[in-house]
Ligand binder design. Structure first.
Ligand SMILES: O=C(CO)[C@H](O)[C@H](O)COP(=O)(O)O
Length: 229
């Protein structure tokens, strides 16, 4: 199983299952891994934090069943991520990333980020925190030492196929100087061979790509282009 913290610290590419053919998701995901993807990104949407619904524990369990060796990187675009720690660990998630925007003090009666990070680790998963394009680094700064990854959204979350927002790279550069060397800096939204190099130059070493990978005629060339190989 992939260890996100282990050297060498080469850029990793995570095909986003959101852009796969849901009717044959495990097969499509396996094809993306065979084409050079390092891990799978799994987007969970609750219809509240973002308007759309996507997938949940059933999809994680199905991917785990058919792809026992795949690292499953789960991104929760949900208001109540703490409700899913046990179920998603049981289903086979390897990392569990939640949004800073649902946490206190930014959300009244929101999530306690420190408690949630501890419970994610206790459940055997790598904790991650996510910030939307307008959200400042200061919202995750108190938690950086406890995280295995920080995800900077380069589109507004909720749908694949949107255009990359280069202005978020300022936050990536700042985060790279503040993160421990073992913590991955992830980006998600509008990533393809044409946008990935700017992200890598800003210190990103975990690149999520949905439509670019699953829509490509040559997935291996696309993933190699995103990785900068
Ligand atoms: O989190 C997401 C949407 O909220 C997706 O992972 C992201 O948008 C990737 O899709 P694409 O690469 O097509 O932009």
């Amino acid at each position: 199983m992939l260890d996100l913290a282990a050297p060498p610290r080469l850029p990793l590419v995570a095909p986003s299952v959101l852009a796969a053919d849901f009717g044959r998701a495990a097969g499509d995901a396996a094809d993306a891994l065979a084409a050079g993807g390092d891990l799978l990104h799994v987007d969970v949407m609750d219809g509240h934090f973002v308007p759309n619904l996507s997938m949940g524990g059933g999809m994680i369990a199905g991917l785990r069943k058919h792809l026992p060796d795949a690292f499953l990187d789960v991104h929760l675009m949900v208001e109540r991520p703490h409700d899913y720690v046990g179920a998603f660990a049981e289903a086979g998630a390897n990392s569990f990333s939640f949004h800073a925007e649902v946490c206190r003090p930014h959300r009244v009666h929101g999530v306690d980020a420190g408690d949630l990070i501890a419970s994610i680790r206790d459940a055997g998963m790598t904790p991650g925190m996510v910030i939307n394009p307008p959200t400042p680094v200061s919202w995750v700064a108190p938690y950086l030492d406890g995280l295995g990854l920080v995800l900077v959204m380069s589109v507004f979350p909720g749908a694949g196929g949107q255009s990359f927002m280069p202005e978020v790279l300022t936050k990536c550069r700042e985060l790279r100087t503040r993160l421990r060397p073992t913590t991955r800096l992830q980006i998600d939204g509008g990533i393809g061979p044409g946008t990935a190099s700017a992200a890598r130059d800003a210190g990103v070493d975990l690149l999520v790509a949905g439509s670019a990978v699953f829509g490509a005629a040559d997935r291996a060339a696309t993933i190699a282009g995103i990785r900068g190989a």
